[in-house]
Design a binder for this molecule. Structure first.
Ligand code: GCV
Length: 834
């Protein structure tokens, strides 16, 4: 009873049913003490102008103040008392001629200024543009939500990067490539959705962190997006974006003039193709006057491209860019161009070289409204990669950095992986171009080479799920991307703290615990999925999710780690390897050319070494692989304990959702740990000095139990099931597997490891001496149709009292194509039983 009262007291501070839909813009009501700080805040808001963006800013101010401070904020047309004043510098000077702030504010920047106007105390939110004012309003409301002071303000904020876009990889049929949170908010059934309310909410969210453009469709673009009949539909989305200052852009397929336009060619230099693009772009601007531009993926992963006609990416980009230029549209050309049919037998081949080899020789050949969009690393959004050398190889070309918010290779929003710490390492990395201080963040902001534009692009892939990204804590990545695009000098920790306060409130215990979880999460994820720069050792041919160590080898995709019985890693040195290291400026080359100076966490990206190679840490490579995977899995388990400390401090909905995800993650970390450790043990033949790998004294393999109806199966690849085997039940009436408990009497935690496919929902039951203990249905939506590393899951029974001789029976009842596959159970002695 006491517990129940405590729980109520804890949850009462949250709105019932926190779905996460409002994300960091909840504007949750404050307690009286927090509210007191804002007593002097004016009770009216005056918007000096009538643009649609200014009206949005005014409405947002009212929404935030009424939501958080439980009091009205009156809209007035003129300054007749103390007021929050929203207006451009020009409008404010007109209304209050004496107003002369001594700051320069550039595009999208804003000034928050407490001052007297006509003798009244006012809070001025101003900019040179209405969009800047909207950003200023969000900044004021963020301060209030974080319980910061908003009196005596005198603060200028200027974005460091002019172009801050989100890319979505939504398909017109409503699915999302590498999207993990439900269907598209933009499309369904080959059309723009009738109901665009989620699009409006999304525009509000991204605008609040300063995003000014959004590309709504997959870079693997469907040419239908440019159909004349589709343009009015795109215009509907642009209309929904516009009040939030977000400009619409789309991805286009370079083959469109031929595949959709009926021409016999899509050769970018053919005059008919030039004309086709010009007319198409004109049609778009007639209906969407603030259209932002296009994104192009070409000559990559099967997409058509200029190489079909012997033309270069610059030829292709410029033709479209020239059509966009009269309306100030931008053309993003992705540098993610590579051959995925490389000969893996040739040790000099290297996919990592591709972007630099192709784009560096074209430096200076791109028009000024082209931005070359470069993934942060030379491969593909791995949990650890060095920065792309192309950032240092384009001095006369606009560049943008592409970061991935959707966690394609970093746990797909089932694993917690807060990415700003990784992005910070990339952004802060000093390329030392010509020996200078040239961090990536300055290069991509356009500062280093004095370019007219620079850009940040984040691939977000939010979906219709109420909380946008499926994992309540994953939204910190979307927030963090926006904040870093605005100001790459912010620290990851300060971003985590801001986000947590806005999303979960200001309770210090909550803030401390969530920030700590977030800040550890990337390293933890990396440590159990393939450290030392070997890349994420996942199934690169399929889901990019569970372990798939050999999937990267012996094929043309070029994500090789080249592990064999003697050693591991790609030799990318100039002296003996692929020469990739030579693409960096000379100071960085000398860092990576030698094993001695390469940091441990990138060693295997740059060098092939024997397993016995001794790292800077003093450990051998093989022992590091074992240790880091065990430590990572332990820390994932620790995340569960840490989260549980917030039981009464976080609303029940989000508490439960996060707990379920973290418990699953802790289980999947064990799958990763065992797969990688067992594979390397078998491949290298070198034992774990701590004798953990391959030894599981608490584990009872399903295939070793006494089975009735179940049949043993081999799991492929073998390392993704314990002992390489599992059991399945082909009988509709159900099967059982049992064993006798022979250890000391006591309470034991029982983990049942089973496979949860998405083509059925089997039922499992656990019985002790014929008495039911637990029952569950395997109905998670994991991306797998067979037993393996993607579908492996666990069910935890916290404490079961056992005596020697007890019979434990697991019953499995298949459903559809899922045959109640079972791997093992593990009995963990609880503290009482020891
Ligand atoms: C949209 C990786 C992903 C693809 C993605 C591609 C890209 O290969 O797995 O899904 O395609 O990158 O960025 O173009």
């Amino acid at each position: 009873m006491i517990l129940a009262v405590g729980m109520l007291a804890g949850t009462a501070r949250f709105a019932p049913g926190e779905t996460g839909q409002d994300a960091w813009l909840r504007y949750a009501p404050m307690g009286a003490t927090e509210r007191a700080k804002y007593e002097a805040l004016p009770a009216t808001v005056v918007a000096l102008g009538d643009s649609i963006v200014l009206a949005t800013a005014e409405d947002e101010m009212v929404r935030g103040v009424t939501g958080m401070l439980a009091r009205a904020l009156r809209k007035e047309k003129s300054i007749r008392g103390g007021a929050i004043i929203l207006g451009t510098l020009a409008a404010i000077r007109k209304a209050a001629p004496g107003f002369q702030p001594s700051f320069q504010i550039g595009a999208d920047g804003f000034l928050l200024f407490s001052t007297q106007i006509h003798g009244f105390d006012c809070l001025v939110v101003t900019s040179t543009t209405d969009r800047g004012i909207l950003y200023g309003v969000f900044a004021v409301l963020s301060k209030i939500a974080r319980n910061e002071n908003v009196t005596d303000l005198n603060q200028v904020e200027q974005p460091q990067v002019p172009v801050r876009w989100i890319d979505q990889w939504d398909n017109l049929n409503g699915s999302i490539e590498r999207g993990y949170a439900g269907p598209s908010i933009f499309f369904e059934n080959s059309a723009v959705r009738a109901d665009l309310s989620r699009v409006g909410q999304y525009a509000r969210l991204i605008a609040s962190v300063g995003i000014n453009g959004c590309t709504i469709n997959n870079v693997n673009a469907d040419p239908q997006i440019l159909d004349d009949s589709f343009i009015p539909q795109l215009a509907r989305i642009a209309d929904v974006f516009r009040p939030w200052g977000v400009q619409l852009s789309v991805s286009v397929d370079l083959g469109s003039p031929k595949s959709a336009g009926g021409l016999k060619t899509f050769d970018p230099l053919d005059p008919r193709v030039v004309e086709w693009w010009t007319e198409k772009v004109d049609k778009i601007y007639r209906q969407i006057p603030d259209f932002a531009g296009f994104v192009v993926k070409a000559d990559s992963e099967g997409r058509s491209g200029p190489s079909s006609y012997g033309r270069t990416p610059a030829d292709a980009a410029n033709v479209i860019a020239r059509a966009l230029r009269p309306n100030r549209g931008l053309l993003f050309y992705r540098a993610f161009v590579y051959d995925h049919h490389l000969d893996w037998r040739n040790l000099k081949n290297d996919r990592a070289r591709a972007a630099y080899d192709i784009f560096h020789p074209l430096d200076g050949k791109f028009d000024d409204n082209v931005i070359v969009q470069i993934k942060y690393g030379p491969i593909d959004f791995q949990a650890r990669e060095p920065v792309s050398p192309l950032f240092g190889g384009l001095e006369k070309t606009n560049q943008g950095i592409e970061l991935q918010i959707t966690q394609e290779y970093t746990g797909q929003q089932r694993h917690l992986c807060f990415l700003p710490p990784m992005w910070k390492e990339i952004l802060d990395f000093d390329l030392r171009i010509s020996g200078g201080n040239t961090p990536v963040k300055d290069v991509v902001a356009g500062k280093t080479f004095h370019r007219p534009v620079g850009a940040f692009v984040g691939v977000a892939n939010v979906g219709l799920d109420a909380n946008w990204l499926a994992h309540p804590l994953a939204m910190a990545n979307l927030y963090g991307f926006g904040r870093l695009a605005w100001n790459p000098n912010l620290s990851a920790e300060s971003i985590a703290e801001e986000w947590t306060r806005l999303t979960f409130g200001n309770d210090p215990a909550v803030v401390q615990a969530i920030v700590s979880l977030q800040m550890k999460s990337w390293h933890v994820y990396e440590s159990y999925t393939g450290p030392l720069g070997a890349q994420t050792l996942t199934d690169i041919l399929g889901s990019h999710y569970g372990p798939g160590i050999e999937s990267s080898e012996r094929n043309g995709w070029g994500q090789w780690h080249r592990a064999d019985s003697r050693g591991i890693g790609m030799d990318r040195t100039v002296a003996t390897g692929t020469g990739f290291v030579g693409q960096y400026p000379s100071a960085v080359q000398s860092l990576y050319e030698s094993t001695r100076t390469t940091p441990d966490d990138l060693l295997l990206f740059f060098h092939h070494v024997p397993y016995t190679y001794v790292l800077g840490s003093g450990k051998t490579v093989i022992q590091h692989i074992y240790d880091s995977h065990y430590e990572g899995a332990e820390q994932a388990e620790e995340f569960v304990r840490q989260w549980k400390s917030l039981r009464s401090l976080v609303d029940n909905d989000r508490y439960t959702e996060v707990l379920t995800k973290l418990e699953y993650q802790a289980g999947h970390a064990v799958v990763w740990r065992d797969a990688i450790c067992n594979w390397f043990l078998r491949t290298s033949g070198i034992a774990d000095t701590m004798e953990r790998v391959g030894n599981h004294p608490d584990r009872i393999e399903a295939e070793a139990m006494q089975i009735e109806g179940f049949v043993p199966i081999d799991v492929d690849p073998w390392e993704n099931a314990s002992g390489g085997k599992a059991i399945e039940c082909p009988k509709a009436s159900g099967c059982s597997a049992k064993f006798r408990f022979e250890r000391a009497a006591g309470r034991y935690g029982m983990d049942v490891r089973y496979f949860d496919q998405n083509n059925g929902a089997s039922t499992f039951r656990v019985l002790r001496n014929d008495q039911p203990v637990d029952e569950w249905i395997a109905d998670d939506h994991l991306l797998a149709t067979k037993p393996g590393g993607d579908s492996s899951s666990w069910h935890r029974i916290p404490a079961i009292l056992l005596h020697p001789g007890d019979e434990i029976r697991i019953e499995g009842y298949p459903d559809a194509q899922e045959h109640a596959p079972l791997d093992y159970i593990e009995l963990r002695a609880t503290p009482e039983s020891r």
